[in-house]
Ligand binder design. Structure first.
Ligand code: 13P
Length: 303
């Protein structure tokens, strides 16, 4: 089957099943092309919470499908590839979080959405890269904030708030391994370009950035008239949208290695099989879902 044919079959099945296809900007181009909604982690969770579709097909990774199931338990949530995970979300276990909570009993736990449902269930409030500072600033009182599991995001927020931030030392391998030396080399080749980075990048890389933001925020920044040539410090999947939206502009990867294999697992064939066979269903048990939803709801109330 060629690309157009399989895309057509998916769109037809989506209609038959009263289903919606949600996709993250890091997905393969051919998946992005047929999504009903394309977004960053915040936008996708907002869409999952409000859609009236019976079935949500999540072209993303496991924690995203789990968040959709937490927010919309009456819907069937399908993750076309059961093995699409997130190494960052695996960098904290429940026992470790419980130990940290004992160590810092007065800390508010702010949990990045890139985390398991169980971790969210033991947290006070969730955040994404789009709203992390806003979430931290919304916390009343002077107490410390334990930010899990992304240490780079925690340090980025710590620089912009008076609150005491305790970072967990997890990281997204794709963003964390981009080095300041790599960025400087690309900047030297393109001295007329500006540099945008995702807050999952290291402190040293963010120090070189003209703009720091979530994938949606980077897309908006790229649209600003003064931005003609942009070095992009996030996963390569975003280039599909950058080039479609702004065909007259030049986009340069900060590193060719910024490719998330987990995000690229999902093929059109996987989506077709998932819809045809209604697999793999992601469902969070109620005992975990209810407290996890509280943490997500607190975040969404701020949006
Ligand atoms: P955003 O979707 O918030 O830009 O974050 C990217 C990411 O970490 C996806 O896993």
């Amino acid at each position: 089957m060629d690309k157009k044919e399989i895309q057509g079959k998916i769109r037809k099945l989506l209609k038959e099943r009263k289903a919606i296809l949600l996709a993250h900007y890091y997905q393969r181009d051919e998946v992005q092309e047929i999504a009903d909604y394309l977004g960053d982690s915040l936008g996708l969770s907002m869409e999952a919470a409000k859609t009236d579709a019976a079935v949500i097909v999540f072209a993303g990774v496991h924690f995203m499908a789990e968040s959709a199931s937490i927010l919309s338990p009456e819907k069937t949530v399908l993750l076309p590839r059961a093995d699409a995970g997130c190494p960052l979300s695996d960098m904290i276990a429940v026992e470790q979080l419980l130990a940290a909570k004992r160590q810092y009993p007065d800390a508010t736990v702010v949990t990045y959405i890139n985390s398991s449902a169980e971790i969210k269930a033991h947290s006070d409030i969730c955040c994404t890269s789009a709203n992390a500072l806003k979430v931290v600033q919304s916390i009343p009182g002077e107490g410390p904030v334990l930010m899990i599991p992304d240490g780079n995001l925690a340090r980025y927020v710590a620089q912009r708030t008076k609150k005491t931030i305790i970072p967990w030392e997890g990281f997204c391998p794709i963003h964390h391994h981009l080095t300041a030396a790599q960025v400087s080399r690309v900047k030297a080749i393109h001295p007329d370009a500006v540099f945008a980075a995702h807050p999952e990048c290291t402190f040293a890389v963010l120090a070189l950035a003209d703009f720091v933001g979530s994938t949606t925020a980077i897309l908006s920044y790229a649209g600003e008239p003064q931005v003609r040539k942009l070095i992009v410090g996030t996963e390569r999947g975003i280039f599909c949208q950058l080039q479609n939206r702004y065909p007259g502009k030049v986009f340069i990867p900060a590193s060719e290695e910024m490719l998330c294999e987990d995000m690229k697992h999902t093929t059109l064939a996987d989506i077709l099989v998932s819809l045809a066979e209604m697999k793999h269903i992601v469902k969070v048990p109620e005992a975990v879902r209810i407290p996890a939803k509280r943490s997500l709801d607190r975040m969404l109330e701020l949006s």
